[in-house]
Design a protein around this ligand. Structure first.
Ligand SMILES: [Zn+2]
Ligand SMILES: [Zn+2]
Length: 453
């Protein structure tokens, strides 16, 4: 089966229209209650034929594409088999029910919907098997460019900013095909600071009405769960295409509702900043009026006020008022910054790299230890690295006021260790065992901030 590029958009859609429609084969007499307790029990009862043989089911369905019935399995009494006529043969599926009906991954409200979807899938995947296998080889994604897909959105050049560490991530980006058109389209956009790559956050999605894949331009077939949608930017693609889409997700502010507890890279990309604005704003405020405050970051602010700051950021973003007029006590701002860092779904020092840093801290030789920490830092995602670099430079400045604020690299390490580093699997024992190393990592990052970053 071949589609020309002009009919490509219609091709698979046409096939879905042609797919055989389901035909219920009802049982002439009532043969008892099906074993499944279903919400559409009445519907199921009429199609339930009791324990009939495969051969007899075959006879009942014979000749009619799309005909189906439900029987009790002879081999496994108490279980149900869906017998479905397709491609001039009878296909038998074990039918499950757990509040919804299913034979595979997709779950349906009714058996009829399940059969409708199965017939579409079988029909398209049989008729266009070769086409489907190849449909991702010539994606429109590159030709259209992400700029066009996202219309009014600014796309940033995927070039390396000056403040970013020497790392391999962006070389990787070069390897993901070379979308010439996309690149040239991007040349005209003014260079922005935020150039981090971000993977899409794809979730299985049920589309209402016909939808076409934004990667390969083909129709997304089926009755439900036809494809996946990125919950951060709204990109819609086939499940098989989702594996090929480059890591160039540009989150949409309309989809990113919160500031706290939002993934760090997602937040900075959505707001087009180098670092989370919470970090910048809190640090600015603290440097303005809090550097000499005794026990800065150690003394906790009133937790209800800290919660207020969190709500203000979630509600107003960079317009949140955290000035002295709003919160006279600087410990509230310091507390909000700590809360922000602690509540990240992926900590600043990521779960992946956690043990690398813990191991580094255990190295007895001071120089090798720093070397190992440096190596770990270079592997952090750029937005995480940049946030950490900025925070450490700030904390270093905090220590220069030690005679007023009584804070040095060591006690800041105690405060920020568990805030910046959390083990991938939280349990009381690892938390206790790693505390010394967590403190040491942060302490060393503050002390050697100038050479490490
Ligand atoms: Zn996305
Ligand atoms: Zn696709």
């Amino acid at each position: 089966l071949q589609f020309s590029s002009r009919s490509q958009l219609a091709g698979l859609y046409q096939l879905q229209q042609e797919a055989p429609r389901p035909k219920r084969i009802t049982c002439p007499q009532e043969v008892g209650t099906p074993v499944i307790k279903s919400t559409d029990i009445n519907q199921v009862i009429t199609q339930f034929h009791g324990m009939i043989s495969r051969e007899y089911a075959d006879e009942l369905l014979a000749g009619a594409e799309g005909a189906y019935l439900i029987r009790e399995s002879q081999r496994q009494p108490g279980t149900h088999t869906l017998a479905l006529r397709f491609g001039h043969q009878t296909l038998n599926y074990r039918l499950f029910y757990d509040g919804k009906h299913f034979v595979g991954e997709k779950r349906f409200e009714s058996v009829h919907d399940l059969v409708t979807d199965a017939l579409i899938t079988l029909y398209i995947e049989t008729k266009a098997a070769e086409y489907i296998a190849k449909m991702t080889t010539n994606p429109i994604y590159e030709h259209l460019g992400y700029t066009l897909l996202l219309k009014d959105k600014t796309v940033h050049r995927l070039s390396r900013g000056r403040t970013e560490p020497r790392r391999v991530t962006f070389q990787k980006d070069e390897k993901i095909s070379s979308p010439l058109v996309r690149r040239s389209a991007l040349k005209d956009t003014p260079e922005k600071q935020c150039s981090y790559e971000k993977i899409h956050n794809f979730k299985v999605h049920t589309f209402r009405g016909p939808h076409w894949c934004e990667y390969c331009a083909n129709f997304m077939w089926g009755l439900i769960a036809q494809g996946v949608r990125c919950s951060d930017c709204g990109l819609n693609v086939h499940k098989q295409c989702s594996k090929l889409v480059p890591s160039d997700c540009q989150p949409d502010l309309r989809r990113i509702k919160k500031v706290f507890s939002c993934d760090l890279t997602t937040l900075v990309k959505a707001h087009n900043t180098t670092r989370p604005m919470v970090v910048d704003m809190c640090i600015r405020e603290i440097e303005l009026r809090g550097m000499k405050s005794e026990g800065l970051y150690r003394v906790s602010g009133f937790s209800e006020h800290i919660e207020d700051v969190r709500l203000a950021f979630d509600r107003d973003g960079e317009k949140a008022d955290i000035s002295a007029n709003a919160y006279a006590d600087i410990n509230i701002i310091a507390g909000a910054l700590k809360l922000y860092l602690r509540d990240l779904p992926i900590p600043v020092i990521t779960f992946d790299l956690y043990s690398k840093f813990i191991q580094a801290a255990k190295i007895p030789n001071a120089e090798s230890r720093l070397e190992a920490i440096h190596e770990g830092l270079l592997q952090l995602p750029p937005a995480h690295y940049e946030t950490l670099r900025y925070l450490m430079a700030h904390l270093k400045r905090v220590t220069t006021f030690e005679k007023d604020n009584f804070m040095n690299a060591e006690n800041l390490g105690i405060v920020f260790g568990p805030t910046l580093m959390q083990p991938p699997e939280q349990n009381a024992l690892t938390t206790l065992n790693d505390m010394r190393q967590q403190k040491l990592v942060v302490q060393l990052m503050i002390e050697h901030e100038d050479v490490l970053f």
